[in-house]
Design a protein around this ligand. Structure first.
Ligand code: NAD
Length: 357
């Protein structure tokens, strides 16, 4: 099997975590007989500095021609003063839109070794295994009109929450399919009591449910969902929600697992896929060998499952991470009490060694 993967380290800790994930990818590729051809490209602030745009044409063309994209993160204080149209984050939003990566799968799983790393009580977080299915190419992040108009006190900021019925239908179908291979339980999160756009969301999800009668569907308002996620997260199995609610709820879910540095994701479209940790470029720790590479390494596992059709490879990655955690290896974000933290590169070494054992 021959596959093409585009590597986009991006900014900040992206430059540190992605090389560790690529080592894992190469090792698994050899083991599963996949000839992976890789190409690295610029995105985000690094791309803006070199080319004046956060998403150069060459990067987009390479991503379109690839079987999968592996991304680190984009953004940082250096580029915060730029116009929105050329901010690093626009590069990432641009790729998601151009490749039509409408379904973002964000599993939040608590490794038993880390139940004490969460800020919640161990009995609340132990055994959590939640999948957030976030719509990724619509909603208030892309809706028009948008912008700031006027001067002085007359200034007005505007963003538009927009979803069409087909956009809701395709993410709902994806979520029902995901629920089917898990425990047949799906919770759709909206704000249908005050936002008409999400009233349509609820209607369409109910319509799609007719094709999946074996899946138990419930609905929850986003404010309640935010509360329930920290009150009793184990009530959830698969959550489906729009772009902005999913962004916020999945960050919240990440803290259940101990650190945002533990959560991988897969962004899937009809014919493209991108794999990335859910966290950002962490400028506060960038360049210091402090970042946790596990989220990116687990994202490689998702690549083998969803793009290469090798779910057993994903399990191997999870087992390797688990063994390394069993042996006491912790990066600073997941170290508690008197545990000694190791760096990003050493965590990569240990996971690669555990995979090779
Ligand atoms: P962030 O996720 O970068 O960092 C939040 C906190 O989590 C920080 O304290 C950071 O040190 C920590 N953290 C994040 N990843 C970690 C890891 N792997 N290991 C250890 N600690 C980790 O979010 P932010 O600070 O709000 O944003 C920083 C920049 O990243 C901004 O420019 C933002 O726009 C961008 N961003 C990019 C993405 C992306 O590329 N997908 C996502 C979110 C934010």
């Amino acid at each position: 099997m021959a596959k093409k993967v585009v590597i986009l380290p991006g900014d900040g800790i992206g430059q540190e975590i992605v090389p560790q994930a690529v080592r894992v990818m190469d090792l698994l590729a050899k083991e599963y007989g996949i000839a992976i051809e890789t190409e690295s490209h610029l995105i985000g602030g690094a791309a803006y500095d070199k080319t004046g745009t956060p998403l150069p044409k060459e990067t987009l063309a390479a991503c379109k021609a690839a079987d999968a994209v592996l991304l680190g993160a984009v953004g940082g204080p250096k580029w915060e003063g730029l116009d929105y149209s050329v901010r690093p984050e626009r590069g990432l939003l641009g790729i998601r839109k151009e490749l039509q990566l409408f379904a973002n799968l964000r599993p939040a799983v608590v490794f038993p070794q880390l139940v004490h790393a969460s800020s919640l009580k161990p009995e609340v977080v132990a055994g959590i295994d939640v999948m957030v299915v976030r719509e990724l190419t619509g909603d208030i992040y892309f809706g028009e009109p948008r912008g700031v108009t006027g001067e002085g006190d007359a200034r007005r900021g505007l963003n538009s929450m927009v979803y069409t019925a087909p956009e809701i239908e395709r993410i709902a179908r994806k979520a029902f399919e995901v629920a089917r291979v898990r425990s047949n339980k799906l919770c759709s999160v909206d704000k249908a009591n005050v936002l008409e756009c999400t009233e349509l969301w609820r209607d369409v999800v109910n319509e799609v449910h007719a094709d999946y009668p074996d899946v138990a569907l419930s609905h929850m308002y986003v404010d309640n969902a935010a509360m329930q996620l920290v009150r009793w997260p184990k009530q959830f199995d698969v959550i489906v929600t729009g772009n902005i609610f999913g962004d916020i709820l999945s960050d919240e879910a990440s803290m259940l697992t101990g650190s945002i540095g533990m959560l991988p994701s897969a962004s899937l479209g009809e014919s493209h896929a991108m794999y990335e940790p859910i966290h950002g470029s962490a400028p506060d720790i960038a360049g210091k060998d402090l970042a946790n590479p596990i989220a990116t390494i687990l994202s490689v596992g998702m690549m083998f499952k969803y793009t290469f059709g090798k779910p057993e490879a994903e399990q191997r990655v999870e087992q390797a991470v688990s063994r390394v955690l069993d042996a006491g290896a912790r990066t600073a974000d997941i170290a508690t009490g008197d545990e000694t933290a190791i760096g990003c590169a050493e965590m990569g070494d240990r996971i690669v060694a555990a995979l090779g054992d």
